[in-house]
Design a protein around this ligand. Structure first.
Ligand SMILES: NC(=O)c1ccc[n+]([C@@H]2O[C@H](COP(=O)([O-])OP(=O)(O)OC[C@H]3O[C@@H](n4cnc5c(N)ncnc54)[C@H](OP(=O)(O)O)[C@@H]3O)[C@@H](O)[C@H]2O)c1
Length: 254
């Protein structure tokens, strides 16, 4: 099990999809799990399904909301030793059709890049004290962009780069920095457009946890490993292969 034997973990966006499945499986491993999300209804639902969870309402893009969450966490869980930066979303848009591009891309940067980096920075003192682990969730699309989710891919590529820097910077503080690259997973994230190759969230979470428990720093889940390999050998071919999955009439579908 990574660099600590007992986990007290905060999973952002643990009320749905992959984060919820990771929370469920970590509770089964007897970790203490705190989840957060914006919707109280989704948090209540998660708590109903897994009563051992601690669920805190928080919009991770809002500084004050993050501060309130930390207060609640430190009240009860001084032993916090893992942050899983999981909350994220993807907009689909075509540059020729999108109206309010600035709002769209700003929201994605705030949620997928800025918030994970700020959470890591703000929780650093307690994570250093507890010799903890920061886990950043990215995607196979951090290596190869899917054009219809262009800005999403850019945010994940940026988080990938930042994760590598964090790993180097924080090693001397005994902080482990892990990145999990997911492939397409059938969750609400896909907004009803799950590709045929999607895997289920419980399988994605189980592979991610196995990687975490074996101490890996980079965990490429299923087809994310294949995409990585192709992108290293034939970078341009990888872009054309992945974008062949986008239908020709996509501009009418977004
Ligand atoms: N599903 C895929 O195909 C796929 C593939 C590769 C990587 N990923 C990555 O895996 C991660 C989890 O995705 P998922 O598929 O499990 O998505 P999901 O089912 O849509 O869940 C997203 C979670 O994030 C929370 N969230 C979103 N914005 C938030 C905010 N501002 N503050 C706090 N919580 C917020 C949501 O709760 P609220 O809405 O209530 O806030 C929800 O709990 C994401 O980082 C995603 O990029 C997913």
């Amino acid at each position: 099990m990574s660099n600590q034997s007992t986990r007290t973990v905060l999973i952002t966006g643990g009320s749905s999809g992959i984060g919820f499945e990771m929370a469920k499986q970590m509770i089964a491993e007897e970790s203490t799990v705190i989840i957060c999300g914006r919707s109280q209804e989704k948090l209540d639902d998660a708590k109903k399904k897994i009563p051992q969870l601690t669920a805190i309402q928080c919009d991770i893009t809002n500084k004050e909301s993050r501060r309130e969450m930390y207060e609640k966490i430190f009240d009860q869980f001084n032993d916090l030793n893992m942050l899983i930066n999981n909350a994220g979303f993807a907009n689909r848009f075509s540059l020729t059709k999108v109206d309010d591009l600035e709002t769209m891309i700003t929201e994605e940067w705030q949620t997928n890049y800025l918030a994970p980096v700020m959470l890591a920075k703000e929780l650093l003192p307690v994570l250093i004290q507890n010799k903890g682990t920061i886990v950043n969730i990215t995607s196979g699309l951090a290596y190869v962009p899917l054009s219809i989710k262009s800005n999403y891919c850019a945010t994940k590529a940026a988080l990938h780069s930042m994760t590598q820097s964090m790993r180097v910077q924080l090693a001397k503080h005994d902080i482990k920095v892990v990145e999990i690259f997911f492939p397409a997973v059938d969750t609400p994230f896909q907004r009803g457009h799950s590709p045929e190759i999607s895997i289920q969230a419980d399988e994605a979470a189980a592979i991610a946890l196995k990687g975490l428990n074996s101490g890996k720093e980079e965990i490429r889940v299923k087809k994310a490993a294949l995409l990585y390999a192709i992108s290293r050998l034939m970078p341009n071919k990888a872009v054309s292969i992945i974008n062949k999955t986008v239908p020709d009439n996509v501009e009418d579908l977004v």
